[in-house]
Unconditional design. Structure first.
Length: 140
């Protein structure tokens, strides 16, 4: 029975495997039509600093990065759209190449996205209650 050896962790996998069962390394290789920017770095930058256009600066889109900074992420709408595009791997760099994750298994991507979504919801609820208490005390 033939096996495919993972270059990331040296574990044998089935010949038809697309990802290493041990470390999640992709056997499909890097396509030249994809960006060299890191998908995970872009996702985290966009999640935490996307309102200020840092994600756009990271991929080399300086003009739209400045515009996103001035509009504070398009009042949040542009920020949300960019996050969706990054999660779906449809976000491009300044050369028009897609920023994709080549070595991470789909399960791990989903776990990261679900964690960030849960963090976003919880922080929004906490911020709402904090502002509600502040405004209630101001207008009494």
């Amino acid at each position: 029975m033939e096996h495919k050896l993972c270059s990331g962790c040296n574990v044998e996998n089935a010949v038809d495997a697309k990802y290493c069962e041990s470390c999640g390394y992709s056997f499909e290789g890097v396509k030249e039509d994809n960006s060299r920017s890191s998908w995970l770095t872009l996702l985290l930058l966009s999640f935490f600093l996307g309102y200020f256009g840092i994600d756009r600066f990271y991929v080399g889109k300086i003009g739209t990065g400045i515009l996103k900074l001035i509009t504070i992420g398009g009042c949040g709408i542009w920020h949300l759209i960019d996050l969706i595009f990054i999660c779906c791997e449809r976000f491009t760099d300044k050369y028009g190449k897609y920023v994709v994750e080549r070595q991470m298994a789909m399960k791990m991507k989903l776990i990261i996205i679900i964690f960030l979504l849960a963090f976003y919801i919880v922080s929004s609820i906490l911020a709402y209650h904090a502002f509600d208490e502040i405004f209630a005390s101001v207008f009494e």
